[in-house]
Design a protein around this ligand. Structure first.
Ligand SMILES: CC(=O)SCCNC(=O)CCNC(=O)[C@H](O)C(C)(C)COP(=O)(O)OP(=O)(O)OC[C@H]1O[C@@H](n2cnc3c(N)ncnc32)[C@H](O)[C@@H]1OP(=O)(O)O
Ligand SMILES: O=C([O-])CC(=O)C(=O)O
Ligand SMILES: [Mg+2]
Length: 297
């Protein structure tokens, strides 16, 4: 079970922001070499991100390299994957062949630099109509794929619309990504950024909504957004207590030959008990990874 809830972008050419990576609340930091970096600073950004990777601490670090069609892609992947990076975010992933190429290159780079084969994970960014159409094939294209991520800003540009707070225009894409991810047997997807960095209430509402759709995390833009996202994706005390009551009662019932019972006025059978067990496992894993401060009150 993955516990990576908030994935914060940091522009790869901004030293001041890069310096704060280890202190941030983000579960994962994404050092960006793509759209947050102007063309004339691409080389500089790559160099600065390599410096960050050289000094890597315990924080999970992914790097968003430039997409396959750009002149920066080959240098990005070769130089970044030679360091101890947790994974690569591949923007504008449109078909499974993009992943085959990345998978092949990562294999050779890992071998050349003495890194364990497969140690670099890949998160394809699905942000075009074609990418969404082929998302199932993309999700199955390599054992390196941790999960899919949704690039809603580029996606709405591609389908000739704009983003709204209600998000009706991207409901289909979000639901599709959840379904193809689970059909392909990979972790649930990561939702795109909430651009109104001042609006914490709106971010909370949107995060609750995508959690309910089946996402496991959300990308962020600003340090103030990580706490909101982390809290939404952590089970509440109430949810944990309810899950514990369900599991206890169900285990007893099964011992007595009963597979369907009533707990707190609601029917509980195997799938309900499995979900409750997952809630407990997630709470325990978060507690041990964060020293007990992870639950939402
Ligand atoms: C569609 C897409 O592709 S989205 C992905 C690409 N976009 C990005 O990567 C942008 C990431 N976000 C950012 O660069 C910034 O948050 C911005 C530009 C939106 C706002 O930045 P600022 O105007 O500096 O915000 P603000 O003044 O509120 O920042 C407060 C503090 O947090 C720091 N900070 C802000 N954003 C970040 C970040 N993403 N990572 C690390 N530190 C950050 C600032 O440096 C500042 O530090 P200080 O108090 O020591 O001076
Ligand atoms: O993936 C994200 O959230 C950012 C992005 O590139 C997009 O939305 O186009
Ligand atoms: Mg994009």
């Amino acid at each position: 079970m993955s516990l990576w809830r908030s994935w914060m972008f940091v522009p790869g050419n901004q030293e001041k922001k890069l310096m704060k990576i280890e202190q941030t609340e983000a579960d994962v930091v994404i050092c960006d070499l793509e759209d947050a970096v102007p063309i004339q600073e691409k080389e500089l950004a790559r160099m600065m991100v390599k410096r960050v990777l050289e000094k890597k601490g315990i924080k999970k670090i992914f790097v968003r390299i430039n997409d396959i069609s750009t002149p920066y892609f080959m240098d990005d992947i070769q130089e970044i994957a030679s360091y101890n990076v947790d994974g690569i975010i591949l923007p504008k992933t449109g078909k499974k062949e993009h992943i085959h190429l990345v998978d092949h290159l990562l294999g050779t780079i890992e071998a050349k630099h003495g890194r364990k084969r497969g140690s670099t994970l890949v998160v394809p960014l699905i942000e075009s109509a074609a990418g969404l159409h082929y998302a199932f094939d993309i999700a199955r294209a390599s054992y390196r794929i941790h999960c899919l991520a949704f690039g809603s800003v580029d996606y709405t540009l591609d389908i000739h619309t704009g983003g709204t707070k209600e998000g009706n225009e991207i409901l289909f894409a979000r639901s599709w990504l959840v379904n193809v991810s689970r059909a392909a047997g990979i972790e649930s997807p990561i939702d795109g950024v909430y651009v109104d960095i001042q609006d914490k209430e709106g971010l909370k509402k949107e995060t609750e909504f995508v959690k309910q759709l089946g996402f496991q995390g959300k990308m962020t833009l600003h340090p103030n957004q990580n706490g909101v996202v982390n809290a939404v994706f952590a089970p509440t005390e109430k949810e944990i207590e309810e899950a514990q009551r369900i599991v206890r009662a169900f285990e007893e019932a099964v011992q007595q030959g009963n597979g369907a019972i009533q707990v707190d006025g609601k029917m509980v059978d195997y799938p309900v008990a499995i979900r409750a067990r997952k809630t407990i496992e997630q709470a325990e894993a978060l507690k041990s990874s964060e020293g007990g401060s992870s639950v939402r009150i």
